[in-house]
Design a protein around this ligand. Sequence first.
Ligand SMILES: Cc1cc2nc3c(=O)[nH]c(=O)nc-3n(C[C@H](O)[C@H](O)[C@H](O)COP(=O)(O)O)c2cc1C
Length: 247
Amino acid sequence: MTDALSGEGAGTPRAEGDPPIVLGITGASGAVYAARVLRALLLAGRRVDLIFTEYGLYLIKLELGLTAVSHGRLEPLRDHLDVPQTAWDRVRAFRNHDLAAEPASGSSRFAGVVICPCSMKNLAAVALGLSETLIQRAADVALKERRPLVVVPRETPLNLVHLENMLRLARAGGTLIPAMPAFYQAPRTFDDLGDFIAARVLEHLGIESDLVPRWSDVGPRGHKGERPQTPAHIPAAPRPEPGAASP
Ligand SMILES: Cc1cc2nc3c(=O)[nH]c(=O)nc-3n(C[C@H](O)[C@H](O)[C@H](O)COP(=O)(O)O)c2cc1C
């Protein structure tokens, strides 16, 4: 990991390759989603510019049991993710108050921004274009530069303010992937649930992953497992003839 936290590492030359993904972790429940998205990005060979809010870090400690993690000490998170050091070396961490850091500028070549999980506070701030913190500014830059902005909001129940902020963000070009894992792929662990969301996030960033099997492989018309047939009153879609062109 490059230490850009105090600005000391911010000028460090980076390896060439795909531009980084900015990952903002805010104070909504669901640290497992953040961890699995970070892990998936690193295992996909991507560089990640990591930014925590204070409560994002608090929830990493609380929900993942990583009490020793701090802004300046992310090794417990690295060990939790169980990724090779070569992958971890592609992580740079920035302070959320550092509005002069690279992700704050549209001239920086980051490929997209993910806020996962996203608190209702940060959802509101991004929907309103406040840009008071580095996470909010990077999200604003993504929207203005027409780069992917993927937000994983988590709250329940949702009030009208939350819903209107989501609508506003979707209209501005953001992609909302609520922290709502599905269960049809028979998850067994919290990490499985996190991987479901991580797979959706990577898909919307245009990054290949094989985190969870696709429905086309595991569904009733797939070939990799026994699954119940669709209810009888739903007419079966005709199966394409082998070799037939797609519609
Ligand atoms: C244990 C805990 C769980 C929380 N879960 C959520 C949540 O799921 N969604 C949410 O919007 N806020 C949640 N909050 C409240 C936010 O952390 C709080 O609004 C905070 O100001 C968000 O700041 P941030 O967006 O800068 O991290 C939670 C707070 C705590 C202490």
